[in-house]
Design a protein around this ligand. Sequence first.
Ligand SMILES: Cc1ncc(COP(=O)(O)O)c(C=O)c1O
Length: 360
Amino acid sequence: MTIPMVNLRPLLEATEPAWRANLARLFERMHFILGEQVQAFEAELAAAFGARFAVGVGTGTAAIELALRAAGLPAAAEVLLPALTSPFTAQAVLAAGCRVCFADVDPEFLLLDPEPHIRKTTRALVPVHLYGQPCDVGAAARRHKLVVVQDACQAHGAPVALFSRAVAYSFYPTKNLPCLGDGGAVLTDSRTVAEKVRLLRDGGRRNDQVSRIRAINSRLDEMQACYLRAFLPKLPEWNADRVRLAALYDDALAGCPGVRPIGRRPGSVCHLYVVRAARRERLRQFLAERGISTGVHYPVPLHLQPAFRNCGGRRASRRGDFPVAERACREILSLPLWPSMPTGFVDEVAGRVREFYSGS
Ligand SMILES: Cc1ncc(COP(=O)(O)O)c(C=O)c1O
């Protein structure tokens, strides 16, 4: 049996009439950049996620960068983000002209734990809703008067809309709300932030050939909007299925020596099913030999990655600076999970995990 990490085929099959109709309309209109599909998707996404505005951009990375640039931070502002996240979170902060500072995560949920790391010079927080788990930094942000830009690239549909003025999403093909290439969006209740992101994503232009500010070119593609509009109505059902499958994994792995699932927060949309695993690399190989794909999100904490080693201040980061994130990177393993994954796959994966530990 071969079990991939993710399978988009059932999602495409379940929505085929809708995306085909959108594509047909696009080819009829032949307006391929910032046309009616993107405009309609932005309105539908804002309504579905309970925000006043949604602005489609080229990637989740650009969504974080542009949300930070629209926040009106001073030049080289210090931004605190977790040491355990996708490297793109930190790349986006650097691209926005800010300084990256890392914080450790909490050991149960692996989410940003900002308070011990906030300094007088900290200006903003970028909480990451890792694995689909809501990370509320509202209390710390209010206490220290910090701007918050949320990285919700793994948390479509999680209840995070009201945590701050700007929320960034990615539509990378493995996400809860995917497209078939790159895509992203900024959601906000602020008209000013939305207008600034619209300007920033399109060369500083306003439907003309005049650049008003220094900007980038990062627009959501019309073709991707055709798929996103077809997928969006299915998101609640797909998220519920992820939650159901995660609960099945919990049961199937209960009491298994060597593995412990990461804690689950209320409102989690279970983007990934992640366990801490003893002898992780040996387990991965054992599963791969039996046709089961797994992932590691992420193998190297950001403060130890070459691009970010000298970020944030007085000295280069060292091993031991963020021990919870470092330990997690050695132990975490993401098991196969996608909406409508056959229940039998959960049993097969859990059975193989049990077999690995019982044989050792
Ligand atoms: C937590 C997180 N932040 C940022 C990104 C970057 O998104 P994108 O690949 O769309 O640029 C991703 C996705 O890969 C992510 O998972």
